[in-house]
Unconditional design. Structure first.
Length: 165
């Protein structure tokens, strides 16, 4: 079966937050038995780290929590919008940049903030960039990603059910 629903997580350089979100959400999709119906990937708003692996601190935090960590950074391209169903920004700056990049209003509407899906409804919907800090920032990032992943999975599941109906 080919993928029916495509989700792309986007942060700045695609080496910290977005690959973490990609790994966590992919695990949730697999646990839910939806791997054949949902394609998950990630990208950055910029191309500074294209071709690089994830930040070693991202890898360490993911592996310590039992997630896969294979990743190669790439830059998000406006041409991808037509094939994507949902573009998940990790902070408000990414949200604005992606919506500006969207070729149509319908494409811009596909861009959402990850923490909008957190059932705890945080006041701050940004996932802070842990790059310039220590391991604690990466651990906090993982906690935020995990908290939002369940709500995101529910939204994707509902979208899949709509698609089939």
């Amino acid at each position: 079966m080919s993928s029916l629903y495509r989700v792309c997580f986007v942060c700045t350089g695609n080496i910290c937050r977005s690959p973490m979100a990609e790994s966590v959400f992919r695990a949730r999709v697999e646990e839910a038995g939806l791997a054949a119906a949902v394609e998950v990937d990630s990208a950055g708003t910029g191309g500074w780290h294209e071709g690089d692996g994830a930040d070693p601190r991202t890898v360490a935090v993911l592996e310590a929590a039992g997630y896969a960590s294979a990743h190669t950074a790439r830059q998000f391209q406006a041409a991808w919008f037509p094939r994507l169903d949902l573009v998940i920004a990790l902070d408000a700056g990414h949200l604005r940049a992606l919506r500006r990049l969207a070729p149509t209003p319908a494409d811009a509407a596909k861009v959402r903030l990850l923490r909008e899906y957190d059932s705890r409804r945080p006041d701050d919907t940004d996932v802070p960039d842990p790059y310039y800090g220590g391991m604690g920032g990466f651990e906090d990032c993982l906690e935020m990603v995990e908290a939002a992943s369940e709500g995101l999975l529910a939204a994707v599941r509902a979208a899949l059910e709509e698609h089939v109906a």
